[in-house]
Design a protein. Sequence first.
Length: 323
Amino acid sequence: NQRRVRGAPIITIACGESHSIAVSATGRVYVWGRNELGQCGLSTPTSAPTNVATQSQSERVVLNDAEDKIITVPALIKSLKDIFITKAACGANFTLLLTDDGTVYSTGDGSMGQLGHASTEEMLQEPKMIPLLVGVTHIACGEAHAIAVLQSRELYTWGHGTYGQLGYPNDGVIDTPTLVPNIKLSNVFCGGYFTIGTTEDVQESRSIGINLSTIVKILWDYYSSDKAKNATVQSKIKAIFSSPSLLNASFFKNNKGDLDRGAVAAMYTKLLSLKDETITTTIESSILEMLSKATDYHSFLRDNADKDILNLCYIILENPEIK
């Protein structure tokens, strides 16, 4: 019993934690999945018989008779019927929509400021335009942070920033789009807790977010002058050393996944030169935590490429404390 959106071609799709978005060539937006936080942008239950035509006979959509909390088949966001949407991006429980005139709409969970409306208490059931954000060409979402690139190639970020994913010093929440200084980008991409931006020359791509070189610098700069920073840096080191993917990505030399062995040695030298038992213990316990999660050998091999496994072994064994 297949049901599908029929008519105009779909040009963009995006997925959140439990919801999906599709944008058609005619600027329509179709959504399905969980909607209890407004992430689908439907404020009322949708009910219509199967294969009901929308405003144009050239574009048809299958709607559903489910509750508004769970949209079981693609449904049209009717509140956007007079707005031409070109792109969509999804966070865990929120959605961004980019229009043809460069404005951005957001809907869903705003508890981390990710909707961009100067609030951490807001939950939007329908898309609402983010004020003062114009001339946008690209959008992207992490789990609870959002990114926009303007025609001027300026970068604006907002939402959850604990892991540096917003691109400037901030360990909390930014609830309105904020300019990231000293950087010009052509496009952006987000993971759950990190952001990658590319310039016109891809060779000059720059990433922001969880990165060991950044953490080492923060630790080095603040260790003697600002003890309050230590807990934050320690938690970030733990996040990386307990994650195979983050640990590998911290030392990639190129886009082929080759390991920068010099960077590995330099990192250990600088961290261990601090002669802080808390740091060395954190590294050790985090590695053990990562390995304890890999007790199922077959699933570990399935989830990690051969090169990644070799890289992990090298990174772990390069630790002078182990040698």
